[in-house]
Design a protein around this ligand. Sequence first.
Ligand code: FAD
Length: 434
Amino acid sequence: METATLSAQLAAIVGAHHVHAADRLADRDTGFHPENFDAGLAVYPATTGQVAQVVALCARHRIPIVTHGGLTGLSGGAASQTGNVILGLRRMDALLELDPLAGTVVVEAGAILETVERAANEHGLSIGIDLGARGTATIGGMIATNAGGMEAFRNGSMRSRLLGIEAVTPNGAVLNDLTEVPKCNEGYDLKHLFCGAEGTLGIVTRAVLRLTPATAPTTTLLIAVDSAASALTITRACASAPAIDLLQTEIMWRNYATTVAAEIGLSHVLNFCDAPAYLLIELSATDPDAALDTLFTDPAVEAVTLNAVIAKNEKERAEIWRIREESFIVDNTVPHCQWYDISVPLSRIDGTITAIDSRLNALDPTLGIWVMGHLGDGNLHYTIGNGKPQSPERQTAEKRASLAKHSDPEKLRLMRAIKAAFDPDGIMNPGKVL
Ligand SMILES: Cc1cc2nc3c(=O)[nH]c(=O)nc-3n(C[C@H](O)[C@H](O)[C@H](O)COP(=O)(O)OP(=O)(O)OC[C@H]3O[C@@H](n4cnc5c(N)ncnc54)[C@H](O)[C@@H]3O)c2cc1C
């Protein structure tokens, strides 16, 4: 179909103002992938009904659809190409219902994480999931990527927060599975198929999420350690101390911490110790001083702690967190870096770090490696680069190739069968995941 005809038909569904052609998209911030707006045609529906009509129109003409949330995804899942239609959820950002007694919230998929969290906080509750991209990432995008983040070790990833879902399937039908209860055994649990599917099975339009009591931290610590194993020893001691509620346990290796701290003018924060790694612990305790005494007089903790600082005020706390969170500043020192997100069993973190270091070094000794991550669940964020531009398709292609290479053949067969059952014409985010 001619682009002009398609645009006119899309405009008839959502209104001409909400169909953006290439000229309007040219100035848009592309987010974390340069090809996010390459389709040159984007449509912004306001309701599930409009999403369904857009999808039905595209399905009739076999036009591929790429869904856009906040564009904070780091793996190229939202990248598009000429001939695709981008379907953006930014107009569908309402918080529809928050039930403090049940501890649930119903939102539209374009709702921003931080907005939902603030609304929950007003009731002493929390969505129980947090990411550096909190101000931009959408609930739909977080479901589609099964986002983890800083609290996943306590509350699980997005999959664990999800009670119910509404989605538009690739033929333009609306799947209504907005259950609000944890136990719902109506056959196969379809909502979980949308978690981590990166928009390849359909478009999430609404979600019911479970909330958890919000706990404010009383103490923030930066502890110098020699390895992830040492950091885990301290984490375990915190987690098993009855008087301590462990809220955060993040790890940064030296190259990452020193590079980011220098770049944002906070090198003094690390002056207390030059260490192979830094453990950021945040905890809540009714008697914080007693809790710290218990922790640091534990012989196992004493043995692995090289040194530690405690944030004395909110400014110092914020400085520690800035070093952990301003990861993308690495790109200022070495441009064109690539970001990777890997999960490693806890007992194998040190070995994996050493193995990756030596393999990358053998591959190209000019590559810089910056590593930090969520220690509690072994989810590590790798930044790798040597200043040379990389092909934008490389990361997506690498992800697909490694899924095909490392996944169990039967798992792959079932995944392909699921994709074919949902999307026989392959119009939903083609070329992604499988
Ligand atoms: C500073 C920073 C820190 C981060 N930290 C973490 C972290 O700790 N843990 C973590 O897991 N991730 C992290 N991320 C990655 C990112 O924030 C998540 O992947 C996020 O969940 C993506 O949400 P989004 O709305 O930006 O989605 P987008 O980037 O817009 O899209 C991501 C994928 O989801 C699909 N999609 C988007 N919306 C929908 C929808 N409604 N229905 C179906 N498919 C959809 C897209 O097609 C694409 O494939 C971080 C990113 C940044 C920039």
